[in-house]
Structure formats: C-alpha cells, structure tokens
Design a protein around this ligand. Structure first.
Ligand code: CS2
Length: 495
C-alpha cells in the first residue's frame, strides 16, 4: 500500500482525466451540517453541492457528522475532507474528487462540539441521511416511538444526545435561547413523505422536552420533502485498490456510484439554499408522487431482488438480474403491482422509467450486494411493499409478487438459508423476528403467515384481517419450503 493519501497538496499531481475542485477551498464557509455522512451523502447531496460551490456559491460548504462511529472521520479528515466519486458503468469509469466537505465531527466523541456547530448562525441547512431507523419512529404508524432507547436516553441527557432528533432539538433550543433564527431540516432518506415525517417526529420529540420550544421549532424550521436517488454500494477493499492504481495515491473515503443521479426537492427552505437545480436537481411544490414512484418501483423491486436473490445464492443485484426469471420478475412486479398502485401523472413516462431501472439494476460494473439491501427490512418494507399491497387488496388487484416477496423476507429473517447455513441478519428487530419464526415455523405455513401478519411494528393492525393475503402468503411459504426460491421463480414467474 502506498503511504501517500489523497489531500490538498497532491490535487495538482493527479492524472488529468480526474475531475478536481478548481476553486479555492480555503474561501468556502459552512452553510450545511450533514448528519450521517455515509457513502450515499458523499455521492449524492455533497456531489450536487460541489457543483454549486465550484460555480461560486462558496457559502454552502458542508461539515459532516457521524452519530455513531469514527470510521468516516478517520477516512476523510486526514484527506482534508477530499474523496473520489467513482462513477462505474458498463461504459467505463469516471473519477471526480469532491471538495465540498471541510470537516467531520463524531457525535459520541464530543456531543457539545456538534451541538455548538449546529447552533452557529451561518448553518442554514441541516441535512440528514440517517437511514430509516434513525428517525426513532414506529414504521407502521410514522409516529415517534417514545420507547425507543435513544429517545429515552436523549430526553434524560439533552447535553449528550445520541439520536439526530436529540441533536437537532438540542441545537434549536440553543438557537432560541440565543435569539438566533432556526434552520431548514432536510431529510434525504428513503421514507415516504420524509419531510412531513421528520417534521412530525421532531415536533413530538420537542413536545416532550418543552411545549413552548415545540411551538418555536414549528415556527422556525421547515422540513422540505425530498426524493433522492443514486445507487451507491458500500465501497470494498478491491474498489480502493483499483482506484489507487488510477490515482497514484490512496483514497480511504472513496465512494462508488452509478452514473445516474436524481434529486427532487420541495422548494420550502427557510434561509436560502444552493441552486442545486443548476446542478441537475428538480425543485417542485409536491414531491410525494415522485417519492412513491421511487420507493415502490426502485426500492420495492430492490428489496424483492435482495431477499429472493440472496436465498437463490446470488451475491449482487447484477448477479440476480443475470438470471432471466428474476429479471422478468422485477419488471413484472413494477408493471403489474407497483405502478398500478400509484396515480402516476399523465406526463410521467413510466414505461421508460421501468426500463431504465432494469438497466440500472443490470449494471455489472457495480457490486451492490443483496445482503446490503436486505439490511433493516423491518424498517424498509412498510414503505416499499405494504403501500402497494394495501392498494391492491383494497382494489382486488394483483398481490402475488408482493406476497412472494414477503415469504422470502420471512424466510430470510428466520436467519437460516435454504442450505441450512446461518444468515447474518442485520435489522434492529432481528431478534424479535427470529423468535417469531422459531416459535411459529414448526406449526406450519399458515401459523407462520398469520404470526407475521399479526406483527404490528411492521404490518400495522389491518393486514392480519385479509384472508386473501393470509392464503397467498402461507401458500408461498409452503412452496418456498418445498421447492426453494430459485425453483419457485423459475417455475411460477416466467410467463
Ligand atoms: C437500496 C437503496 O440499500 C437499499 O435498501 O434499495 O439504498 C437504493 O440503492 C437507493 O435508494 C437508490 O437511490
């Protein structure tokens, strides 16, 4: 491994084909604090912002924060915040060095420092990619979960929070006390009506702190909705080694991404925003339908391919898509179940969108692991599958593929695959889900289906009442048990 790390001093000596910041980084001031600075933020919002900083909007620099581990800080800070976005497709590779991030703080190391940063007047936007589970909500209802361990902790320790909600409300309390204005809180997570959901949980959390503060926050923040889209798999050691050959130096913070990127944002910012539209984002009055389309078609089929593909022995999404029956299943799901559950605007070319998704999933240059997408299913399934399912049940529409997908997920969270090997299930509810499976699986498919449909944190209180769903789900559980996922897809979904 070469010793030389990517940093400000070696920018000039990078190969000419590498795109790099052509502005004076020392002139950039902080306008955005981003909580949850993982790979997705770096390849998406920070990458859009880089374009605007380069165009002269130098008061929108980003300071990132991690609310859990020091990993990203240790990757980025020794590199002066610089990192590569490596666009990979069958057409080749394009590398851009992004300079929009000036620093990274680690919440648990110094909560006070992060609270103070968030309270700085020049911070006008606090953006979030904290994943579904970071909102401390009940996924079925969208309300704050008052029993969430982080909520309990943060209410008792407001100076030393763990959750994004604790930090944001704590910082807003400081701003109120100091006579400073609030900020825009921008959710960039894959949740339905993410802005509204964020506004609601922030309000519910603040109400528990102090109702006067809750009123101030309601009047001094906005929470615009966003639809964010770019496939950004976790970076691997092989990716970093390959990039090192190309750059001639080591980039520990590099992110791999597809060329495609989309960002649809509700234009409701309290104290200004970068002109992200000039970097390709779209500002609209209502994001909801774009979010529904993205969550139900892209993420919905992603999760289907993840659980069933994993069980069929496929490591990456591209591997799953290389199996013709799975490829057909994805398109069939989008057309027959997901799309028909949405009131798609007449001008939206949904057939082109579906075809593009298939192509994006087939991108063999990206190694997007099925296991990665399968993480946190309990938090993802409600918005990815269950809205579609409820719509179809209410309208006597098709439910076969969602039911099949649910059966695969139930199989997956049993934590044992078809060959009897252990599955490393990563989900905040993994233990409960496994216990449910262990208890009911021995009683047969019907009992198992009904136990899961009765599990309200994921399924709410309505789906257990559908006999149609119950029958479809137990049918699929039975078939999966007897025939296995791959054989089922090949036998039942090739038409
Ligand atoms: C994926 C998403 O990991 C997952 O659950 O479905 O991260 C997906 O790649 C992005 O939403 C694409 O924009």
């Amino acid at each position: 491994m070469s010793q030389q790390r990517l940093n400000n001093t070696i920018l000039e000596s990078l190969p000419v084909e590498v795109i790099k910041p052509a502005y004076d980084r020392s002139e950039v001031t902080t306008g955005i604090v981003h909580l949850g600075i993982g790979a997705f933020h770096r390849a998406h919002q920070a990458w859009y912002t880089e374009n605007r900083i380069a165009a002269g909007e130098t008061d929108w620099g980003i300071v990132g924060a991690s609310l859990r581990s020091a990993g990203v800080r240790d990757q980025l800070v020794p590199q002066d915040g610089l990192y590569s976005v490596v666009e990979k497709s069958n057409a080749g590779t394009k590398v851009q060095i992004v300079g929009a991030v000036s620093d990274v703080l680690v919440g648990p190391e110094s909560p006070q420092q992060l609270l103070e940063l968030l309270a700085q007047e020049n911070v006008r936007i606090v953006s979030l990619t904290i994943t579904e589970k970071g909102y401390c909500h009940d996924p079925a209802s969208g309300d704050l979960n008052p029993q969430h361990p982080d909520v309990i902790h943060d209410l008792a320790n407001p100076q030393n929070p763990k959750s994004a909600l604790g930090y944001i409300v704590g910082a807003l309390a400081l701003r109120k006390e100091r006579g400073l204005p609030g900020f825009t809180v921008l959710s960039c997570d894959n949740l339905p009506s993410n802005g509204k959901l964020l506004g609601k949980v922030l309000g519910q959390y603040a109400e528990k702190v102090d109702s006067e503060l809750a009123v101030w926050i309601a009047n001094n923040t906005t929470t615009p909705a966003t639809m964010v889209d770019r496939i950004v798999p976790a970076t691997t050691d092989a990716d970093r080694a390959e990039l090192e050959d190309l750059l001639g130096c080591r980039d520990e913070a590099a992110v791999m991404a597809e060329p495609f990127a989309q960002w649809v944002v509700e234009d409701n910012f309290l104290r200004g925003r970068p002109e992200w539209d000039k970097a390709g984002a779209t500002f609209v009055d209502d994001v909801e339908v774009y979010e529904l389309i993205k969550l139900r078609l892209l993420n919905g089929s992603h999760s289907i391919l993840a659980y069933s593909g994993y069980l069929a022995g496929c490591e990456t999404v591209a591997d799953v898509m290389a199996v013709p029956a799975f490829n057909k299943l994805a398109l069939h799901f989008m057309r027959s179940e997901a799309t028909t559950s949405i009131d798609v605007p007449a001008q939206f070319d949904i057939a082109a969108y579906q075809a593009e998704l298939i192509e994006r999933f087939e991108n063999r240059a990206l190694r997007h692991r099925t296991w990665q997408i399968a993480m946190d299913g309990s938090q993802k399934i409600p918005q990815r599958w269950l809205g579609t399912l409820r719509h179809q049940l209410d309208n006597d529409g098709p439910i076969e593929i969602v039911a099949f997908a649910l059966a695969n997920w139930i199989r997956y969270v049993s934590a044992v695959d078809e060959k009897g090997e252990t599955i490393e299930v990563s989900d905040p509810l993994a233990a409960e889900l496994k216990a449910l499976s262990d208890q009911y699986k021995p009683q047969g498919s019907e009992a198992l289906a009904s136990a899961f449909l009765g599990y309200s944190p994921v399924f709410g209180d309505d789906l257990r009442n559908s006999e149609r769903l119950q029958a479809a789900l137990s049918g699929w559980l039975e078939k999966l048990e007897g025939e296995g996922t791959l054989a089922c897809v090949q036998k039942y979904f090739t038409a």
